[in-house]
Design a protein around this ligand. Structure first.
Ligand code: CUA
Length: 316
């Protein structure tokens, strides 16, 4: 799990997309307008309650029935403000709904409990979203099990991810950096751990990432494996420090004798690891559920070797 702790306060998180400032503006407009009217109405209620309260037995109720002029204005002004909120909100909603025609396409797959990002043009699959700065990115999202929801607070982008249809979201990041991606639809036991990151890179850095699939030239296989361990999202279910999770930890896994769900035992070697990555349901470790998706066709031979080399370093 990659997660930058967010120490919240009463204000909005940092603004890092082209829509976030406008979205905040309308939010604050409605927020402060509501706060103003709440305070004004409470103050008026208290004032009139005190002013017209019954003073003694013979105090009479006022003969006034109504005031047409006052009633018109106190309906017309809030009505007008409602129309402003609606037109402004609808306009902003449309901006959030319609991705620009030149947007870069990324496919998002949500599942219990990880995120997968596919770059169809480049044949790259990752567990962290990597995008260039100042470029519109269109996300076509689906779920392979239950309903999830894609949320990047800094971008003010949040959209449900459904199992039976595609949903679309888009954003254009304005600041390079790393931001949290949260699941915001309760989706089972590890919902709160269904967190990954979006890395916003400069155009040159993004090109370099795309060329090498995220691995800088000159990286050793074991180091590259560590990068793939994160970029494929293995780390979302398999820890590298022995801690328990949805899948077995990688610490000390390579070379040990594993007990499977049918009670049989086998050594964890290259063939077993390869099979588990391509056909995860073939041999399930005792005490775990067959939850892992297949990476067959998504992981290249070199990446497979690098991952195994990385796992070896965790068994020394
Ligand atoms: Cu996925 Cu909550």
């Amino acid at each position: 799990m990659n997660f930058t702790p967010f120490l919240g306060n009463v204000w909005m998180p940092t603004s890092a997309s082209t829509v976030s400032d406008d979205t905040d503006m309308i939010f604050y407009f409605i927020h402060y307008l509501s706060a103003f009217f709440f305070a004004a109405i409470v103050a008026a209620t208290i004032y009139f309650a005190l002013k017209y309260k019954k003073r003694g037995e013979n105090d009479k109720t006022s003969p006034l029935e109504h005031n047409s002029k006052l009633e018109f204005w106190w309906s017309f002004i809030p009505g007008l403000l409602l129309v402003v909120m609606f037109v402004w909100g609808f306009d902003q909603w449309l901006k959030l709904q319609v991705p620009p025609a030149n947007a870069m396409n990324v496919r998002v797959t949500a599942r219990q409990w990880s995120w997968q990002f596919d770059y169809p043009k480049d044949g790259i699959t990752t567990g962290e979203l990597v995008v260039p700065v100042n470029t519109p990115v269109k996300l076509t999202m689906s779920s392979s099990d239950v309903i999830h929801s894609f949320f990047v607070p800094e971008f003010r982008v949040k959209k449900d991810v459904l199992p039976n249809r595609y949903t679309v979201a888009w954003f254009e990041a304005t600041e390079p950096g790393e931001y949290n991606v949260f699941c915001t639809e309760y989706c089972g036991k590890d919902h709160s751990r269904m967190i990954t990151r979006v890395q916003v890179k400069s155009a040159a850095d993004f090109e370099a990432w795309r060329e090498t699939g995220g691995v800088p030239p000159g990286t050793s296989p074991a180091e590259a494996g560590k990068i793939f361990y994160k970029s494929f999202g293995c780390n979302q279910c398999h820890s590298d420090d022995g801690s328990g999770n949805t899948g077995p930890t990688f610490l000390g896994l390579y070379g040990k004798t594993e007990t499977l769900s049918d009670g049989s035992q086998l050594p964890v070697d290259d063939n077993y690891i390869r099979e588990s990555i391509e056909i995860p349901g073939a041999k399930v470790v005792q005490g775990f559920q067959p939850r892992m998706p297949s990476f067959k066709g998504k992981i290249k031979d070199k990446q497979m070797i690098a991952l195994i080399e990385f796992m070896k370093t965790l068994s020394k």
